[in-house]
Design a protein around this ligand. Sequence first.
Ligand code: ACM
Length: 694
Amino acid sequence: MKKSLLLFSICLFFIATTWGQAGSIGIMPYPQSLIIKEGQFVFPTTTHLNYIGNKSILIEKAIARFSKKYKQYSLKNIVVDQRNNPNIQIEWVKEKNTDVKSKEGYTLSIDDHVTIKAFTEIGILNALESLAQLLNAYSQGAVLQKMEIQDWPSFPWRGMMVDVARHFIPLDMMKRNVDAMAAVKYNILHLHLSDDEGFRIESKKYPRLHQQGSKGEYYTQAEMLDLIAYCKDRGIVVYPEFDLPGHSQSWFAGYPDLAAEKKEYHPGLRFTVPGDKPMSLMTLMQLAKSSATPTIDPSKETTYTFLDGLLKEMKGIFGSGGYVHMGLDENNGVAWQKNPAIVKFMQTKGIKTTHGLQTYFANRFSNIIEKNGYQPLAWEEAFDSSVSKNILIQLWRPGFMGTPLTPEEIANQGNKSISSRGFYLDVFMPAYYHYLNDDFTKFNISPNLLGGESAIWGELMDASNFETRVWPRAAVIAERLWSDKNRIEVSSMYERMFKLNRYLSWNGLNQINNSARAISEFLNGYSNPGTEALIKVLAPVKGYKRIMAIMTKPEVLKTSAFGEMADIIPIDAEAKWQFRKQVENYLDNPSEANTALVTNTLLLWKNCATDVNELLLNAPKLISIRKHAENLSNIANLLLAYLPQKNETDKAVLLKQITMAKSTINEVDLAVVEELEALVNGRFKELDRSISLF
Ligand code: ACM
């Protein structure tokens, strides 16, 4: 008994020290096994790199990208040659191994030289991405801590879904996004290419799809081929989603005969928000449920001929063997019920419900997909007992929409699944919410769950804020899909995430620059320290509240451009997590140094109301966050007086003020209320994971 207790303690100690170190090793996703060794390896002025193994264009290109990054950090050169005792040796070990570990895994040893080994080209690519991150973390003079990494993915499917239909994302921006994806070992890019608001790929066979369905914003076939090749070089597979039978208004602009309801169509919202008055959430949901939203006609053979023609054409672009996503989400069936020919069709076929008709459509569409050499994939609404077992099911619906479907239930019917539940980036949740996703951290995960996808829907983003909305949180989801589910350490994760954020920015991603530029525009080019400090601790309201605010205010909907504070600031305020660390240290040990750090931050915040007021004349948009400035100043002032004395009466006043400061104002929250509250109470509450979506 005692012995096992001792063993348990040793294990705990080991886990604790490994986790403790994790924060200081700047790498994301965190490797499955990383052992720190004594000493450091200093790269020489000219680094010799030797690649052993069969010729591989993919690896040669990856080495060239790595060398470019290395030069950027260290101003030193890499020479690729066959010299003995190279500084970096890369070996593609040919073996017929097909398990997940060896398909993408690698070993990376940093000793008196760097050795990389992998069974596949992709493994080598992954190792080079890890090495580049590590070099960046220890950039000065290209010095690396000696260590031994053995790494492999937990899940084979690590995707990102990007909605380019609501707002178009141009090719160069998508390529930057792909570079960032490769850096954190995503291997799948799911492009949501069509929705009510846009059809975003050129079709030569049915040209009115992109001509009349995209307002001129679409990928030409040449551009898509370019993007696919770019992704392939980085170990990423691209697959398209053609979302049907609902979400299809843009198709009908050019091909109205495909629609269940005969009328004129233009790309745009799938139901009209009537009147000019703000609407309640209930009214809006009712409207979505009861409107005859644009839906394809599943009763006509010509529909299937059309889809077959489109998929045949797309084979020339996406190749075959991969996946095609059919959508199948959020179809309320109303447009079908309103069409007598469709109702008759259902009777003839003995189909009792519109859901049954959707299953009929799903099976027809998936047959066409398979006939054309692809594999079918659909959102979870497609799932029922009579849908084809070949359809991979993508979970997404959170609990509030009824009991959530599970990978186990799907597996019981013989289908495989992936999940985006808890991975929606457009819901503005902090990174820890994604990181702690129960579906991917619980003890027993169905082997039929192949992995997951982060997902960014496009209602609240366009090219101006796409990168800021996706990164750095997408990296945390990549870590959840790659790393050991038992290694959960939120503060290390945040430390590494913000490090990675800067790394991605140095490598060309515009997530930090775009936010800074938009904030400068918001401030009309003016600034002062208090205002800057305030903006750094703001965050958009969590959940769907920002989109609801836009949807339920028709006047905003008409003019919406993403220039309000809620649209331009990062979801996770780095200054919040830095302050949290200060407060944790102070509560642990209120030493002079720890007290001074907290006090200095409070002194900065104390002035933010005065500073914001000073700028108001020149930067009038600041009015939307003035109340937050007043709250923060007020609380900082009170805390500066409270902390040395800890007077009970002051405490009550403070807690009341903090409760008031929790209010969302213009869809913006003060992100440091939990930390302020902890300073008063002397302890932190658990991180909130039951954040309401509405
Ligand atoms: C979805 O979010 N409608 C898949």
